[in-house]
Design a protein around this ligand. Structure first.
Ligand code: M6R
Length: 596
């Protein structure tokens, strides 16, 4: 997830070391390339950037030598457009008078870039940050002031992003945002702006949060807000911050896991925008459609997304897809795979050895490897023939949450496209996820208190909710250390039912199409004294038969699994905290499993 930081001071000074420190504070967001630009009072622009870790690039390109009255540092996390020196940010306009950098995604990048090239502008990369710079250049060239040029450019740039830009011959920086975060800060003689609060904190604790539709103008020791709409000044009190850096990184949440659960609506929306605008989706869909056998391969949570993906593909595209755990793929399917087969390898880290070994073995027999990845530049990205990003930004907590939701949503998107259906309805999902989080927070708080003393439980689902039951059980095991088994609800009576005694907890995830079947399972448990907790849409049958019902917004069978996972994530989180554990770093586990 990219990050930007900008600073304005009153006099030319060594800004390089300060920019490197600010960049390091942004690095927890994840990145693959880094760049710094400084502007001096006599009109010089110094721009240095490359692929790599900030410490290495800064040493190699001698960032410490960079001087000026204004400086920008950017850390890029590539989504589309390879990590490369040209695509690294900041970027210049055609004649080098403007320099700017962004984070986020400009979804009409391709169209704007072509238009700018057509107008004779010098376009040096395929990166959408450069498009932001040219979007301002277009109006500056027509004689508009910087403020008015930015106001016009704001309307031209679609997507979720934050952007900072400076011009030779001024002593200001300008910044604005749509969707993404942007915070400005001020102190004696300097002003600063960044995509997030932690990178500002060592410099100032006096900050102003910038909203969509606002432009912040930074001058030495002064910040001013203007409305995009009409350029009028906005008065806003400067806020005094008392949070520590670690608290600020967690954005006010007690743990990264909780923060990442709450990020899900925004991350889902960003990925959907990206896919709608991406030229890479259609060829991938065609390859999946044309496959003789289509395998969906992953481990842990990523495998659960494959399982749900296969059900979506069968239902919406009318063809089978085979979900399989990566290590089992090798003995069970690889001996039979061939050139006409396609595998979609799914991994948050892109470094899971089990997944990479499966890919290697299958590719050796001619299978075409495609991938869903979150970490750009990862081994899986490089080893696959084509990939789609999950656009979740850095996932810090060991339990995967937002990446699961976007993996499953990516499969739903692909399944709809494979079946020739519209994906427009998917844009209602971020709002539904938001609604689910709000309602589930309340419902789960009560349940967690009673469930915390149980060391043994089951989580059952059927059809589209079967993978959700497995995922919920994995989350529960991972962060509470309790034994929680996920399984098909109908299998419960074939053995595990013998575990049920008085008060024994069983969670049922009920899709709206399967309520009758789930209610049978509920009764098998309750008539033996067990405690049945249902998660589903409001339904009198669930209300009458289960002891507790966590209500999901009515959204239909396809969206239901993507909502049902949310209360399970929150329940696991609350139970972990209730047991005095740290959900972000469960014992014995690692975020990236590079061993077999
Ligand atoms: O990085 P990957 O998606 O390949 O990781 C696979 C599993 O190790 C991972 O999903 C694991 O199960 C999660 N920590 C579960 O929350």
């Amino acid at each position: 997830m990219c990050g930007i930081f900008g600073i304005v001071t009153g006099k030319d000074e060594a800004l390089g070391p300060l920019l490197v420190e600010a960049g390091k504070r942004l690095s927890y967001r994840g990145y693959d390339s880094v760049g710094c630009a400084t502007l001096t009072s006599d009109g010089q622009v110094d721009l240095r950037k490359d692929v790599g870790r900030i410490e290495d690039v800064a040493r190699r390109l001698a960032f410490h030598e960079m001087r000026g009255t204004r400086g920008i540092v950017q850390l890029r996390w590539a989504t589309f457009g390879a990590p490369s020196q040209a695509n690294a940010q900041p970027h210049l306009d055609s004649d080098g008078d403007l320099v700017g950098a962004h984070n986020g995604n400009v979804v009409n990048n391709v169209e704007l870039r072509e238009a700018f090239i057509g107008q004779g502008m010098v376009v040096r990369s395929t990166n959408d940050g450069e498009t932001c710079v040219h979007a301002v250049e277009r109006y500056v060239d027509q004689g508009f002031s910087m403020l008015d040029a930015i106001r016009h450019a704001y309307h031209d740039l679609a997507g979720d992003y934050a952007f900072v830009i400076g011009r030779v011959g001024e002593n200001r920086l300008y910044a604005f945002k749509k969707g993404s975060g942007l915070v400005a800060g001020v102190t004696d003689g300097i002003s600063v702006v960044s995509s997030d609060l932690p990178s500002l904190l060592p410099l100032t604790r006096r900050i102003v949060r910038v909203e969509d539709g606002e432009i912040v103008i930074l001058e030495p020791g002064r910040i001013e807000l203007r409305r995009v709409e009409d350029g009028r000044r906005i008065e806003r009190e400067v806020e005094a911050i008392t949070e520590t850096m670690e608290e600020a990184q967690k954005g006010g949440f007690a743990h990264f896991m909780l923060k990442e659960i709450h990020e899900q609506p925004r991350r889902a929306g960003e990925m959907l925008h990206l896919y709608d605008a991406s030229p890479h989706v259609a060829p991938l869909v065609e390859r999946m459609k044309a496959a003789r056998n289509l395998y969906l391969v992953g481990c842990g949570t990523s495998y659960h997304a494959c399982l749900l993906g296969a059900t979506y593909i069968a239902r919406l595209a009318g063809r089978p897809a085979i979900p399989v755990l990566a290590p089992q793929f090798v003995p069970q399917y690889v001996p039979a795979v061939g050139r006409d087969d396609v595998g979609v390898f799914v991994s948050q880290s892109g470094e899971t050895k089990d997944v990479l070994l499966a890919l290697e073995a299958a590719r050796g027999r001619g299978l075409e490897p495609l991938a869903l990845i979150n970490v750009i530049g990862s081994t899986l990205m490089r080893e696959s023939r084509a990939y789609l990003p999950l656009a979740c930004g850095y996932e810090i907590s060991v339990p995967a949450t937002k990446t699961f939701l976007n993996q499953a949503l990516a499969f739903l998107y692909l399944a709809l496209r494979m079946g020739g259906h519209s994906t427009a309805m998917l844009h209602t999902l971020p709002g539904l996820i938001e609604e689910t989080i709000g309602a589930a927070e309340v419902a789960v708080a009560g349940l967690a208190e009673s469930l915390a003393r149980h060391d043994d439980l089951y989580c059952l689902g059927y059809g589209l909710t079967y993978p959700i039951a497995l995922e919920g059980a994995l989350k529960m095991k991972e962060v509470t250390y309790a034994h929680c088994e996920g399984m098909l609800s109908t299998e419960f009576k074939h053995g595990p039912l013998s575990a049920v005694t008085d008060g024994y907890p069983v969670i049922f995830v009920a899709g709206p199409e399967d309520v009758a079947r789930i209610v049978s399972g509920v009764n098998e448990v309750t008539c033996r004294g067990g405690w049945a907790i249902a998660i589903g849409e409001e339904d009198p049958r669930l209300r009458a038969n289960a002891h507790d019902l966590v209500v999901l917004p009515p959204a239909g069978p396809l969206f239901n699994p993507l909502l049902a996972v949310v209360p399970l994530q929150l329940l696991a989180y609350r139970l972990s905290v209730a047991r005095g554990l740290d959900p972000d770093y469960p014992r014995n586990l690692s975020k990236t499993l590079t061993v077999d």
